[in-house]
Design a protein around this ligand. Structure first.
Ligand SMILES: [Zn+2]
Length: 124
């Protein structure tokens, strides 16, 4: 059974399919955590832990950092979907994280094309 554990730091909370995940920078983590509690994502506690070496770059929204955040969130989405058998698969998670923006673009484009076509059809 997973159990969320809230760390008392500035609250950066995101909702993953109804479950709150806390985004934490490494330097904010309390002392004395177990090795398993220092991963990039701790599904059991609902933590996403980011390197804060360059907090500044986060603020500027560098692509590399967005990709890391997307990657960790995909782990969380799979886990919260009950797909525990694949939620830790780096191969699957990497594929989704890399393709996700492209899929979103194509879906948006497809919707636009369909809407345009329907509008033209309505005129007849
Ligand atoms: Zn990963």
């Amino acid at each position: 059974m997973s159990k969320s554990r809230i760390i008392n730091i500035p609250q950066r909370i995101v909702n993953v399919l109804g479950t709150e995940y806390q985004i934490i920078f490494k330097s904010e983590m309390p002392e004395g955590l177990k090795e398993t509690e220092l991963g990039k994502i701790v599904l059991e506690h609902k933590w996403i832990i980011l390197e804060d070496a360059d907090n500044d770059r986060w603020i500027r929204g560098a692509d590399h950092h967005k990709q890391i955040l997307t990657h960790e969130l995909i782990h969380a989405f799979l886990f919260e979907s009950g797909l525990e058998d694949i939620c830790r698969s780096e191969r699957i998670v990497n594929w989704i994280a890399i393709q996700f923006p492209k899929i979103l673009n194509t879906v948006t484009e497809a919707e636009r094309v369909v809407k345009k076509h329907r509008k033209q059809g309505d005129k007849r």
